[in-house]
Design a binder for this molecule. Sequence first.
Ligand SMILES: [Zn+2]
Length: 218
Amino acid sequence: MEKYWLTAVIILLLVIAFYAVSRKFRRANPWGKTPYERQEYFLSPAEKQFYDVLLELVGEEITICPKPSVREVLRVRDDVKRDRLKYFNWISQKHVDFVLCDRETMQILCAVELDDRTHERSDRRQRDAFLDKAFAKAGLPLFHIPCKQNYGAEELNPLYRFLCQDLLELSEEEEDAPRCPDCGVPMVVRTVSQGPRKGQQFYGCPNFPRCRRTRPLQ
Ligand SMILES: [Zn+2]
């Protein structure tokens, strides 16, 4: 009987020792395993197709950075003392599809999101609303472009006009256009196409139908 107990105690001690050693080893070498494989393509087919469209649109003076982390584009304001880490963590794991920069200075000009079906999911919608608000507050325009087979003037015009505002002859209304409070992008002049107010003009968010913000045109 005594022998049985002794064996049990020894086994128990061995188990504890093994556990302690393996734990110490794991701590000393936290990256012991590397279960990764390379991804073949950096962009999905839809992203690549849109990237080519963007390349044509932006010309030589602007460079396109695909999929940067939001933490490379926004930062927590210096005057925020409480919960800095929390606010940082909120953006550190997210990325945007494209960021456009001045090629010479790498100054950040705006961000572009390609909205595919996944953006209709409720978790994505929450993420989108958070990012829209964060970018708008930070004063960095965030354009949403619906994912399509072909991209025409309707989808690309607001972005094009924003990037080329110095080169284009903008009308007075376009120059005075307010920024959408939700997206931070300059609003565009639209015309009511039907109903009793048909023909009247107003400012609308270029991210319509995602964003339905409007402003009266004075
Ligand atoms: Zn908007």
